[in-house]
Write a protein that binds this ligand. Sequence first.
Ligand code: GLA
Length: 361
Amino acid sequence: MTVRGYAPGRVNLIGEHTDYNDGFALPIALGVGATAEFDGAPGARVLEVSSREEDGAVAVPLSTAPGADTVPGWAAYVAGCVWALREHGVAVPGGRMTISSDVPVGAGLSSSAAIECAVLEALTAASPSPVPDRTTLARIAQRAENEYVGAPTGLLDQMSSLYGAEDTALLLDFRSLDVDPVPMRLGDDVLLAVDSRSPHRHAAGEYRARREACEAAAAELGVPALRDADDDAWRALSGDEQRRRARHVLTENRRVLEAAAALRRGDHAAFGALMNASHASMRDDFEITIPAIDAIAATAVESGAYGARMTGGGFGGTVVVLASAEAARRITAELPGIVSGAGFPEPAVTPVRPGRGAHVA
Ligand code: GLA
């Protein structure tokens, strides 16, 4: 019997690089995602994985572990989930798995978390072990990514994919791991994802460097995480760069809470202003944007958007825009030409809305 696990990508509306600082974020799950189709083979000690988007099947031994025999490439996300599930005490069945995904890769929309969560949905549904709760699944996926794949990411992407719901943004608290659903009624307004089509460069090393800077700032302030520092504690830090890194995180946490309140009131103008402030903070203080992304965000706002900001880890990827229907029409028609005319790759504009989270399909 075939088991199908589905899990979406995400757009983070606000709250970037806050997850590993025990802070807050406000993402939505997307209507595009990854599917993992699994057929068990009784007694098999291997998971044969193939992808509709990539060539070649990969044999993942169920005993796979980080280290010498780590499975390379895209299949590492699958192998990492096999390893992390077994580490958690879940019996993983052998068999065949086919992955397909319509989340664009490298666009900052969490294509890898979508694969991880789809794989976990399929393998836990097919396993005789009890299915872990959603937050535990998110931690298992994060462990796969941190310890098997070797990317020091937080829990934002997996929590978004696993808890997403239609017409709902998720106010996430990364200390308590509480998920507070915030109704998102777009009404006549529109949410756009503008893919910069600019490849991520040095993103992994820069991500790690930002994380280390935050940890160093927390240590200097004598707090467990930047979440625990007062709003203006950044002033006491030594060094301009260190102060700006911490200021981004502290002000971003505050903006997330204000944005969730604005969304509950249906105040999209106030929400947009917070998106713009978040973008400026990522550009000037955290320094994770690139000129193509800044050009997209600025053009969207000049075209009448309530707000626009880069979403995801940075150094490329996607700008999320909140706009009235009229401004959205103008942006869709004119922004790609304006941005490519300024010498950047021509962006792709797609309307998005909050979609359903991971499930067995
Ligand atoms: C990437 C990481 C997340 C988060 C964001 C930035 O998407 O995977 O854990 O840190 O960057 O907010």
